[in-house]
Design a protein around this ligand. Structure first.
Ligand code: COA
Length: 175
């Protein structure tokens, strides 16, 4: 039986206009879209899980049929638990395509009944990522075009932590 629930998983550290574009497109395609914020300890996110969820909730307030949740563990297990069969993903660039297909095929191996559906992310936001936003914000770059106002404000509050994170990465790259 087809279901009209789709899951859009990601780390959202933080949510950007690019993610929002995918969320809006997904909300038009499915009866319900669950934005699933990954705990993702491997990335050591700047924003805590609660902060990432609060920001997602704030910026999706006006988008009908969107629910924000968190998940830990395998995404396909979470999808099945939600009674869904679709994973929604956005493709920005050709390099995204390669890694997204790899992930979709791996997920299909784990759960053949779960399908991955791709939407093309908007051209204007195709080059941004959460990492780029964090790095530019740490260096006082104007990132207001790329994130919703609530996220811009949250980035300003995190300024010191951001700068520490960026200089740590820079040291890591040199060594
Ligand atoms: N606009 C702007 N930025 C975007 C974007 C868009 N449309 N789509 C992706 N990005 C950014 C992300 O913010 C992320 O930035 P970051 O690396 O600075 O955090 C980057 O591009 C990579 O995105 P993505 O590949 O979606 O990584 P993610 O960390 O957001 O999500 C999970 C990855 C959580 C979906 C994936 O790791 C997962 O499913 N984990 C659960 C464990 C599991 O099941 N593993 C097996 C999978 S085969």
């Amino acid at each position: 039986m087809p279901t009209s629930i789709a899951i859009y998983p990601g780390t959202f550290d933080p949510v950007t206009n690019g993610h929002l574009d995918v969320i809006r497109r997904g909300a038009q395609l499915f009866g319900e879209l669950v934005v699933a914020c990954a705990v993702n300890i491997s990335k050591q996110p700047l924003f805590s899980l609660n902060e990432r969820i609060s920001l997602l909730q704030a910026v999706t307030k006006g988008v009908k049929n969107v629910r924000v949740e968190s998940f830990d563990g395998m995404v396909v297990d979470y999808v099945k638990k939600q009674g869904a069969r679709v994973i929604l993903r956005g493709i920005r660039t050709f390099s995204d395509f390669e890694s997204e297909v790899q992930m979709a095929l791996a997920n299909r191996t784990f759960a053949p009944e779960v399908e991955t559906v791709f939407v093309c992310a908007s051209l204007e936001e195709s080059f941004i990522s959460s990492r780029l936003i964090r790095e530019a914000a740490a260096l006082d770059g104007d990132v207001g075009r790329f994130v919703p106002p609530q996220v811009l404000k949250a980035l300003r509050v995190k300024r010191e932590a951001l700068q520490a994170q960026v200089s740590q990465h820079a040291k890591g790259r040199k060594s």
